[in-house]
Structure formats: C-alpha cells, structure tokens
Design a binder for this molecule. Sequence first.
Ligand code: DC
Length: 245
Amino acid sequence: QARDARDGGPMTAPTPPSSPRVRSGRSSFVVAIDGPAASGKSSTAQWVAERLGFRHVDSGALYRAATAVALERSGESFDEPAVLAGAQQISLQPVQHSFVPVWRGAEMEAMIRAPEVTRQVSRVAQMQGVRAWVNAHVRLAAEGQHVVVDGRDIGTVVFPAADLKVFLVADPWERARRRLIQRLERSPSDSEIAEETERLVQRDARDATQTVQAKDAVLIDTTYLTQEEQVERIVSLVRVLRPGL
Ligand code: DC
C-alpha cells in the first residue's frame, strides 16, 4: 500500500492536486494536518476527529514527551542517545478520541506543555533518531483505524499518501493573539501580542526545515476563519472524498 512507504523507501507517484485519490472503501482514512506553530492544528484536528468519529494523533506531543523525559532524566545537557533512551519509556495510548503519550503510568499533558519543554523541543525535533521514533509510533497508531494526524511533516514524510492533506496557515499576529487569549484568558495588549509575534516568528525559523507543505495539500488560511469554519471545511472535504464517513 502506498501509504506504508517509509522515509527513503520506494517512491510513490505524486497525485496531482486536481485529482483526489480514490481508495478502497474498507481501508482506513488518514487526514494529515500540517502547519506552523499556533496555526490551530491540534485543536482543529481534535474537533475534526470528534466530528467524524476518528482518532486524533498529535505528533508534536510525542516530540514534547521525548523532550520532557530527557529534561527529567538529564537536565538541559541531554544528547540524542539520552533522549532516545528516555523515549523507550514512553507509550502512546488511546484515550477517547485521541492517542496520548503516557510515562510511568501517567498521562503527560501538563508536563509536555511546560515552558521549559517548549524552549527545548525544537532541538529534540532536529534529531533524526527521534524523528524516526515519532514516525514509527504515529504509523502504528494509525494501523487499521481512521485518524487525523497533525504536525509539520505528516503529509510529506509520515503519510505521503494520506487521503486528505491540509496545510493550515494564519497571519503571525493573529496566531500570537489567539495563543495569548488561550494562555492569559483575557484580551492581550498590542505590546504583549508584538512580543509573542516575535517569539513565534523565531520558532517558525527554528522549525522551518521540517515544516513543509505537500504539493497535494489543501491550503487553508485561518486568519479570518472561526474554529468552527475551519473544522467544517475539513469535515466537508473528508465527506466528499469518502461519502458515508
Ligand atoms: O506543534 P508543537 O508545538 O506541539 O510541536 C512541538 C515541536 O515539535 C516543534 O518544535 C515542532 C516539532 N514537530 C516536528 O518537527 N514535526 C512534527 N510532525 C510535529 C512537531
């Protein structure tokens, strides 16, 4: 099956953007959602999964989980072997409509959102062994079930033959504003948004190599869309490609 092609494995013929792939009605359906930091990928992917009865896999959560465990075990002095050794203790487990990373029997949500993890995770995401570890977990989670997977390279590297690829973008100022509202639970001032925009643009630069829009991805600019509208567009695209889902 084309979607089992691994990095460096046999190349599959690219599908022209104008011809949606038609696959057997019985196979699992993969929605790949990529885009830069704070473009709303994870929350959109989660909603789409809930609407369609699919499961959501947040690949960024795995990079964060590997980073959080490395920081616990080695502090900031970790190297790639140390990160990989710690990652062996992490599993990805199904919980409701998601797969979540679990370490020492506990879900890691609070741990992986810590500011220290956000500061260090780009460094971990550059490590090729860690990328292979994340990709293997994500592909395994998607075996035999319909999934919505979000990240940076899902439509290009992890599932180059995903049934639907979406690339979400939004103006950096708007991404910063949304992120601050979520974090502060109030309207941020213009100077707060300006500072956050600067941080986001720097993060975009650090993650640029792996944040790639697939040639056959549908681009959705969410700057002027509500979350409901983004979700509705993706759900509609899935239903056009696979009526009955
Ligand atoms: O989306 P996020 O902020 O949770 O991602 C955390 C980090 O992982 C960020 O540095 C980008 C990186 N990442 C990646 O390189 N490839 C992915 N498929 C997902 C995330």
